[in-house]
Design a protein around this ligand. Sequence first.
Ligand code: SF4
Length: 343
Amino acid sequence: MDEKINLRDLQLPEMEGLLKSMGQPAFRAKQIFQWIYKGVKSFDDMNNVPKALREKLTENCYIGTLSLIEVQRSKTDGTRKYLFELEDGNTIESVFMKYKYGNSICVSSQAGCRMGCRFCASTRNGLERHLSPGEILSQLMEAEADTGEKIGHIVVMGTGEPFDNYDNLSAFIKIVNDKNGLNIGMRNITVSTCGLADMIDRFAEDFPQVNLAISLHGTTDEIRGAMMPVNKRYPLNILLETCRAYTEKTGRRITFEYTLVSGINDSDSDAERLCKILRGMLCHVNLIPLNKVAESGFDTVSRGRAGEFQKILEQRGIPATVRRELGADIDAACGQLRLSKKL
Ligand code: SF4
């Protein structure tokens, strides 16, 4: 073996294959997998694994971790925002949040992003690279270690377009779902996409129980296209058709993320159009008053305006909520922490 293998990148069957190649039985892989997801970072602490095997593992493998560069702690609601450094010096952000139903983490799936959404700080320098499955899940492990609390819910909504890194996203989901490890239910995982329609089809096929969130942000191709270049590749009619097919196939409700931007997509007629294009679909709209990104040229709306917009949707039978402001006292738009360290 040339390069050392990060065992957090491996699904259990892959670990079994690796151990087999070392002349070991499958149950050893399960033991090691269980140790890793109990949070053990050194092979020496795996006390039911023979010493000779621990030495061999140390020679050929490692348990990848992230370096914590900065953590911002909310004094009001327990939210923690992390900036981590990867092995190659790239940085990523994650956010730990406390909800009534339990703890949740928002993880990044890429360092940077190539989708170019105009209101987003994460795309300013383009895509640096995809994150490996282990790098995605280490965000959760590090947050559990920092808070001393279990995390039962995951949203893949941090930096990056998860469907642009589909294979690693898919491996990540299978690893965190494994009952021998973190055992996080598929229904407790949400993946958010900017609307890569062909990948939504694939996702419905592969993970019918995982929740899907779509960044919509506009009700016409003109408005959405001005904010999200992806709309050229997958215009609204194609995206919405795919969404309807998704709900029919999976029976799952889609969450549409709709960032309210003053004077761009927050008028009464925007709200009415939104009802029209979503009519009859199994869905929920999450309204997000824009988190101001310096120099983006976009302005946020008041919570009052967000409430009025929500009311129009609800009066027409579209379930909608205004996103609760978590960690408002530490708030900076997603991606800004990372950006501020880079400039
Ligand atoms: S909003 Fe998401 S998909 Fe769009 S540029 Fe930012 S990270 Fe990428």
